[in-house]
Ligand binder design. Structure first.
Ligand code: XMP
Length: 326
């Protein structure tokens, strides 16, 4: 619509004025905010923007390829893809504590981003997808919560170390506005309306020690769950269960349980499904997913993901449970 068109024109003009002929780098996570920021800045300054996408191996199934397809191929954005799976797996080996894992992932992420962006000639600006709620949260920092959570995502601490100026074109926007802007800039609707995904990714959805083998099992189980949520339409609302839930994902439990398959006994891992409804993610209800949907997801995971022989559904609210398991 015309209001959004005007907004984009003005934002583009502002970015051009701010940046001039200097180079900008942006850490692309695949999340909504950094994606929309990238699309907007690219609209304004084209090839003066270089994005760095660090794949820590703990992303959703095929996420890396999807990000490259969308930005590099479809939008023509310069993206450097860093395949850092081995590095992350190496650093995480033997570490089971959730906060220790978060710290390692965050630190490694910043280091890799810094190394890669250091190679970009003449970069003077660091762009971030900071949105208005992040700005407000930072003002009240000190308490445990969203700001600490976001610090990894927004690679906090970098500008000082790298002597870069900050470019934050979404600072005045609420999430809904960021999404509308994303669609207007040509990002696919399914991408812009995705559930949130934590910075440490599957690192906190594989309970205890993270292993590449577990990540692969979890990615496939999670993809089946998400696919079925997207494909199952609720009659009453005519919405998909994906759109009716605020966040949904699979969790890998490193426990083995006994099962039967054909004439044989199996002894394999367990996956838990988590789906919640919430406004603000501070409190949440578990989603009353239809039993048929749960049954189908369970059958598919057990049949299609060798190594998983049991699926359970998490019926805990927040509080007292958190949305993530770690
Ligand atoms: P919890 O598990 O605390 O999650 O109920 C609330 C929301 O925050 C997300 N979350 C994180 N996001 N880094 C992030 O970027 C993190 O370390 C992290 N931990 C939790 C979670 O996915 C949910 O949306």
């Amino acid at each position: 619509d015309w209001v959004m068109g005007d907004y984009i024109a003005e934002a583009v003009e502002n970015i051009r004025k701010q940046v001039g002929d200097e180079e900008v780098i942006l850490g692309l996570s695949g999340g909504v905010d950094s994606s929309v920021a990238a699309a907007l800045i690219h609209r304004a300054i084209g090839d003066q923007l270089t994005c760095v996408f660090v794949d820590h191996g703990l992303l959703r199934l095929n996420e890396g390829d999807m990000v490259m397809e969308m930005f590099a191929r479809n939008l023509g954005v310069k993206v450097i893809r860093v395949d850092a799976k081995e590095t992350f797996m190496g650093e995480l080996a033997g570490v089971a504590d959730p906060e220790a894992k978060r710290k390692i992932i965050g630190k490694e992420f910043v280091e890799i981003f810094q190394t890669e962006s250091g190679k970009i000639q003449n970069a003077k600006w660091l762009a971030q997808g900071t949105i208005y709620p992040d700005v407000i949260e930072s003002a009240g920092k000190g308490k445990k919560g969203a700001h600490t959570i976001k610090s990894h995502h927004n690679v906090g601490g970098l500008p000082e170390d790298m002597h870069l100026k900050l470019l934050e074109p979404l600072r005045e926007l609420f999430k809904d506005e960021v999404r509308e802007l994303g669609v207007a800039l040509g990002l696919p609707r399914e991408m812009v309306y995705r559930h949130p995904f934590p910075g440490p990714g599957l690192g906190v959805r594989i309970l205890g020690e993270v292993k590449a083998e577990f990540a692969s099992l979890l990615q496939r189980a999670d993809a089946i769950f998400i696919e079925e949520l997207r494909n199952t339409i609720d009659e009453a609302s005519q919405k998909s269960w994906y759109d009716l839930t605020s966040q949904a994902f699979a969790v890998f439990l490193p426990v083995k349980s006994v099962g039967v398959m054909g004439d044989g006994r199996t002894y394999e891992y367990v996956v838990a499904l988590r789906a919640v409804q919430t406004q603000d993610f501070m409190t949440a209800h578990w989603a009353h997913l239809p039993h048929e949907l749960l049954g189908k997801v369970s059958n598919r995971i057990i049949n299609e993901v060798r190594g998983i022989n049991r699926v359970v559904y998490d019926i805990s609210g927040k509080p007292p449970a958190t949305i993530e398991w770690e």
